[in-house]
Design a protein around this ligand. Structure first.
Ligand code: NAD
Length: 349
């Protein structure tokens, strides 16, 4: 079979650090034929190593009959428009998380995919990590009984001096309140997705508090949230995404079940630490993506294989929609200071 021909839309951080390396590692299965970014140099840098074509308007990719699928690595505020356009052009879509900015947008994306008979998957990449697949397998095998408590913490450092226009700073879209709600969707959407997946149930109530811990930040860089599930499970998580440069980034998961417990953490994965005048030199949050590199290979391979085998996508878009609803409900709770009832439509703004 010929490799599936991919058009990459958005050639920034996650495209360069995760999706392009994943494409390169699956040569028999996929091939990059085009890349687009509003920043021409970013599109060229992505396309060149693959001998692919570079564009500044993603519609030029959609107009090509030799593109079978697109990967959306653009910010979430662009996902709805690009999904609707790609679906109308008959391209299958693997989109980065969060699915969209609102639940209404997510619904429009699902409807566009349904109407066009194309496959849409949102890459909640952590589900594809070996670590969390193993956690899910252990739960499915009944090793800890029924999950009752799920807890996950996430710590990220901010960019070092000299990269002030990088992630989570006011000069970057992730730090701009006009388009971003900050930590809750940039990172906490992963926790929202994992909570649902591990609890094996729908969220019914969420209470959250957020803070802007770094002077000058315009969006919250810290959130703590507690979620009640329909099956009685409780989940709680904390995301802190703007810690001092060099602070070791990590994820820490604990699940307590009726018969056992699971613990997973990666504090010790940073095998290289340098100490110098400027402080500790850990691989920072961008480099840390390397530890989940295999997840992006697995995510892409499973997505493509599911359509070749005519099976459902491994992570239905409706799941990403529910994670988004939970994330937005957490944001609403943090803003209003009140718990949000998801059974009464909370989070669906
Ligand atoms: N799965 C994960 O764990 C993970 C990790 C990081 C980022 N992400 C997600 O990936 C998406 C992109 O994040 P990033 O870190 O790469 O951001 P980024 O700012 O580094 O890159 C985004 C790129 O999109 C381009 N772009 C913006 N609007 C565009 C448009 N209309 N058409 C074409 N290109 C456009 C920008 O020029 C930029 O190059 C976000 O939704 C983010 O949440 C997911």
């Amino acid at each position: 079979m010929e490799p599936v021909r991919i058009g990459l839309i958005g050639c920034g951080g996650i495209a360069q650090s995760a999706h392009l390396p994943a494409i390169a590692r699956l040569p028999g299965l996929v091939r990059l034929v085009a890349a687009a970014d509003v920043r021409e140099e970013a599109a060229r840098a992505a396309a060149a190593p693959f001998g692919a074509d570079a564009y500044t308007d993603y519609r030029q990719i959609l107009a090509r009959p030799d593109v079978d699928m697109v990967i959306l690595c653009t910010p979430e505020f662009a996902h709805r428009e690009q999904t609707e356009a790609a679906a109308a052009a008959g391209k299958h879509i693997l989109s980065e998380k969060p699915m969209a900015k609102t639940v209404a947008e997510a619904d429009a994306m699902i409807e566009a995919a349904r109407r066009a008979h194309i496959r849409l998957m949102v890459g909640h990449s952590r589900r594809f990590t070996g670590r969390y697949q193993e956690v899910r397998r252990a739960i499915d095998a009944g090793e800890i009984g029924e999950p009752r408590i799920v807890r996950e913490n996430e710590r990220r450092s901010r960019p070092p001096a000299g990269r002030e226009s990088s992630y989570w700073t006011p000069k970057h879209w992730t730090g701009d309140p006009a388009v971003s709600v900050g930590a809750v969707l940039t990172n906490g959407i992963h926790e929202a997705d994992l909570f649902r997946w591990f609890a094996g149930s729908e969220a019914v109530r969420v209470f959250a508090e957020h803070k802007t811990t770094r002077p000058g930040n315009l969006v919250p860089d810290f959130i703590t949230f507690t979620v009640n599930f329909a099956n009685g499970a409780v989940a709680s998580g904390e995301v802190s995404n703007c810690l001092p440069p060099g602070y070791p980034s990590y994820h820490q998961l604990e699940i307590f079940g009726t018969r056992g417990a699971i613990r997973a953490k990666d504090h010790d994965q940073q095998s290289l630490v340098r100490f110098a005048e400027g402080g500790a030199g850990h691989p920072d949050s961008y480099r840390l993506l390397l530890h989940v590199q295999d997840a992006y290979v697995s995510e892409l391979a499973q997505f493509v294989q599911s359509w070749r085998d005519d099976r459902p996508v491994p992570l239905p878009a409706e799941e990403a929609r529910e994670a988004l609803r939970l994330g937005l409900a957490a944001d609403e709770s943090a803003r209003t200071g009140r718990p949000v009832d998801l059974t009464a439509g909370g989070g669906s703004r």
